[in-house]
Design a protein around this ligand. Structure first.
Ligand code: CA
Ligand code: CA
Length: 494
């Protein structure tokens, strides 16, 4: 495996940077900000979908080999990719192949003609068959609230299956023709265009619930297709479920997002209490490792489907710094959701966790997308990049320092075979761990409470006496006693 990017960054394309004044973030906008991202220390970008689509989020694709004109052209994309590669970074596309748009030509033909070769690209059943199978309703999941997934096609005795929304019919991977078409799309982007990998949307829903056991086999085959096209290509699955369900997906996919960790950090930030984070992580690593010892644990505080960490922290910058310090010192391959590094805020509905990025404090900043008027990430509530750059104590510079630290120390940079072990005795207001290493181990301690904590080191901790990083200014370590102020973190070496 080629070197894995040590820090990744998710861009909600519509909201990042507008290059042409139409108010919509676009590919040329991203290209104009590559120096910002490179300077932050990011090594890979995941772009939310950029294919033609009728929605603002574009998770309902109409054409898998084109670029939505709102975002630019294929030439723009190639230029962006070249700029990413020039800086030694990688670019991952969001590949949404659980479903298409109802406006995709496959579905348009399938719904018009039951004898179309595209009919079995989707799931069709009569009401009698649906009832006989007992699948008329589905259980709600964290990512899909639809209870009645079978939708009428006027004049058609059969209904089609769409688990998220009737505008996004699910694809049927029992169709060999579909598999070949999707693999062709994968090869096109990897070999003809040269993207570095894919984020795989709704990976756990590829087969419907009554055939769920076929998911893992599908992703194994998909993984082989990816490796044949480019042995170094990267895949990361969105399996929004408990670690037990995520684990077998590592058989086919290099990486999967760690939702349990995301929620655990959010709970810690919201409550100020630890419920055994390090032990839970070590258990998850063992689970993942049983399916693939070289699993890549893709970690995040939040993504474009979750309440922003800034709002989980109630706008408290110290808590945001704590969350960043946890994400960037724990094992795994962290993904920063755009705007987390400047403290953007946002609660559901979804549009509100996807508000425009703030580049400058100018009211009329042409870079700032205007497709939606911000409710949470307003200039009065969130300091723009231009204001945070010169402030050494800003959240942005905190992120930058942590990213640099992560890359500088091999114990922190290790991704495959996570090197984690608990430290100190149990204290629900402290999270402490070693990132083990044969020659350069580090000790990380976070005070997750709102009060200063006095911590007495044991024998093993006492050998870590060199401060590599700390949240606030003055040293707080004397001998075997550590004084850690509220929500602050310290990283120690020998
Ligand atoms: Ca634009
Ligand atoms: Ca599906």
């Amino acid at each position: 495996m080629s070197t894995l990017p040590k820090v990744c960054y998710e861009i909600f394309v519509r909201s990042f940077c507008d290059s042409n004044g139409d108010g919509i973030g676009d590919l040329n906008g991203i290209a104009s900000k590559l120096d910002y991202l490179h300077d932050l220390g990011v090594e890979a970008l995941w772009l939310t979908p950029i294919h033609p689509s009728s929605t603002y989020h574009k998770y309902d694709v109409q054409d898998y080999t084109a670029i939505d004109p709102e975002y630019g052209s294929l030439d723009d994309f190639r230029r962006l990719l070249a700029g990413v590669h020039q800086r030694g970074m990688k670019l991952y596309m969001d590949l949404v192949v659980n479903h298409t748009s109802v406006h995709h030509p496959w579905f348009e033909q399938a719904r018009l003609d039951a004898n179309s070769p595209y009919r079995n690209y989707y799931w069709w059943m009569t009401q009698d068959r649906i009832d006989a199978l007992g699948v008329a309703q589905r259980e709600q999941t964290a990512d899909a609230h639809e209870i009645n997934p079978w939708h009428a096609n006027p004049g058609d005795p059969e209904r089609y299956y769409a688990m998220f929304w009737k505008g996004m019919p699910d694809l049927n991977y029992d169709s060999e023709g579909l598999r070949e078409d999707v693999y062709g799309i994968v090869r096109y982007w990897l070999t003809e265009v040269g993207v570095d990998g894919f984020r795989l949307d709704a990976a756990r829903h590829i087969y419907p619930p009554w055939l769920r056991e076929k998911n893992i086999e599908f992703w194994e085959e998909f993984g082989q297709v990816v490796r044949q096209a480019n042995p170094d290509a990267y895949t990361v699955g969105e399996v929004w479920a408990k670690a037990e369900e995520v684990a077998p997906y590592f058989k086919g996919l290099k990486a999967n997002f760690h939702f349990d960790l995301s929620f655990a950090i959010q709970r810690i930030i919201a409550t100020g209490k630890d419920a055994g984070l390090v032990e839970a992580l070590m258990r998850d690593y063992r689970l993942f490792g049983t399916h693939n010892p070289d699993f890549v644990d893709a970690t995040m505080l939040t993504n474009h489907d979750q309440v922003r960490i800034g709002s989980v922290a109630d706008g408290n910058l110290d808590k945001m710094k704590l969350a960043a310090a946890m994400l960037l010192t724990l094992p795994g391959q962290p993904y920063i959701y755009y705007g987390e590094e400047i403290g953007m805020l946002g609660r559901k509905p979804d549009e509100r966790i996807r508000e425009p990025f703030l580049w400058t404090d100018r009211r009329d900043d042409p870079d700032r997308p205007r497709w939606i008027k911000p409710l949470y990430s307003r200039r009065a509530a969130v300091r723009a990049v231009s204001l945070q750059v010169p402030d050494p104590d800003s959240l942005l510079n905190h992120y930058k320092r942590l990213i640099a630290l992560r890359k500088q120390h091999p114990a922190l940079a290790q991704i495959v075979r996570p090197n984690l072990r608990p430290a100190l005795g149990y204290d629900r207001k402290i999270i402490a761990y070693y990132r083990t290493h044969p020659t350069e181990p580090v000790l990380v301690i976070h005070n997750i409470s709102g009060r200063t904590k006095l911590i007495k080191f044991g024998e093993e901790e006492s050998s870590f006496n060199r401060i590599l990083f700390q949240t606030q200014g003055t040293p707080t370590l004397s001998g075997s006693r550590l004084r850690l102020t509220a929500y602050s973190s310290i990283v120690l070496g020998k």
